[in-house]
Design a binder for this molecule. Structure first.
Ligand SMILES: N=c1c2ncn([C@@H]3O[C@H](COP(=O)(O)OP(=O)(O)OP(=O)(O)O)[C@@H](O)[C@H]3O)c2ncn1[C@@H]1O[C@H](COP(=O)(O)O)[C@@H](O)[C@H]1O
Length: 109
């Protein structure tokens, strides 16, 4: 069985790969720009040149507010929005998830 096989809800190996899968999808959207895709609309600046930056600001605030409210469910939902938009920004700037992993790994003593 490959690392990618299994039930997304129940298999920890699938959950571990979800960031890679999401980033691969984002990079595909960037390359192919399929119509009707929200990710495409961020890459084409359909919602404004700074849409992804504005979203990052909004989602950051929503994460902070959810944390202040001790709303765990909202905190996780807003964190997922924040991570998704951060990955779109990284892809837009030609950075990869591997670059981010290296940056984080370099900080481990
Ligand atoms: N993870 C996400 C994801 N998280 C958040 N969002 C979108 O980000 C937006 C969040 O903005 P808000 O919460 O402010 O909602 P909104 O008010 O509707 O925002 P606007 O659309 O008006 O800007 C919503 O439109 C969400 O649908 C996401 N859109 C896509 N993905 C992933 O990207 C993949 C590709 O999606 P498409 O681009 O739709 O093909 C999907 O399979 C998902 O895995």
């Amino acid at each position: 069985m490959s690392d990618h096989e299994g039930d997304a809800d129940g298999d920890p190996a699938v959950r571990a790969d979800v960031l890679d899968d999401l980033f691969a999808t984002i990079e595909r959207r960037k390359a192919e720009l399929p119509e009707g895709s929200y990710t495409t609309s961020l890459f084409t600046h359909e919602k404004g040149e700074n849409a992804v930056l504005e979203k990052l600001g909004e989602e950051s605030t929503e994460v902070v507010l959810a944390a202040k409210d001790d709303d765990r469910e909202e905190l996780l939902a807003e964190s997922a929005d924040l991570v998704y938009h951060l990955l779109v920004l990284l892809a837009e700037k030609d950075c990869t998830l591997e670059d981010l992993r290296e940056e984080l790994a370099a900080r481990f003593a």
